[in-house]
Design a protein around this ligand. Structure first.
Ligand SMILES: [Zn+2]
Ligand SMILES: [Zn+2]
Length: 140
């Protein structure tokens, strides 16, 4: 497989990261935590195994309200970069952080908390798929 690298930057450009290969999954998270953190009705995520993500410039600030999500941001502009999920060894690099990666969403997660119903035919999980630690229940 051809090696792919994607460069991500925060809003001001002081922080830079690079991801390599292909994401484990891409989709949309509707949970209240993502919405509050992003100040947006939905969060477009791309999940990568942690070894694929490298911060190449600057040092992000980190905030964790719970042990399952370490949210990383730029201390200068406040822009959000990614959220680490150490339990799964996965990092959600927000799709908006990686402008050169084509977003090909596969699923919606935490759809029970949605404030923005979307009709795109993709599977909508009440919480998470089983392989991501959820119940795996789908909503219409
Ligand atoms: Zn910044
Ligand atoms: Zn979420």
């Amino acid at each position: 497989m051809q090696q792919s690298n994607y460069i991500g930057r925060c809003f001001c450009g002081e922080l830079e990261l690079s991801v390599s290969g292909r994401p484990t999954a891409m989709g949309f998270c509707h949970c209240a935590s993502c919405r509050s953190w992003a100040a947006a009705p939905v969060n477009a995520f791309t999940l990568w195994t942690s070894g694929r993500v490298k911060v190449t410039r600057g040092e992000p600030g980190v905030f964790h309200k719970t042990d399952s999500s370490y949210r990383q941001f730029c201390r200068t502009c406040g822009g959000h970069l990614m959220t680490a999920h150490p339990r799964f060894d996965l990092i959600d690099v927000y799709a908006a952080t990686l402008p050169s990666l084509e977003l090909v969403p596969e699923l919606h997660v935490h759809y029970q908390e949605s404030v923005l119903p979307l009709r795109d035919g993709l599977p909508k999980f009440r919480d998470l798929p089983e392989e991501m630690g959820g119940l795996g229940e789908r909503l219409e």
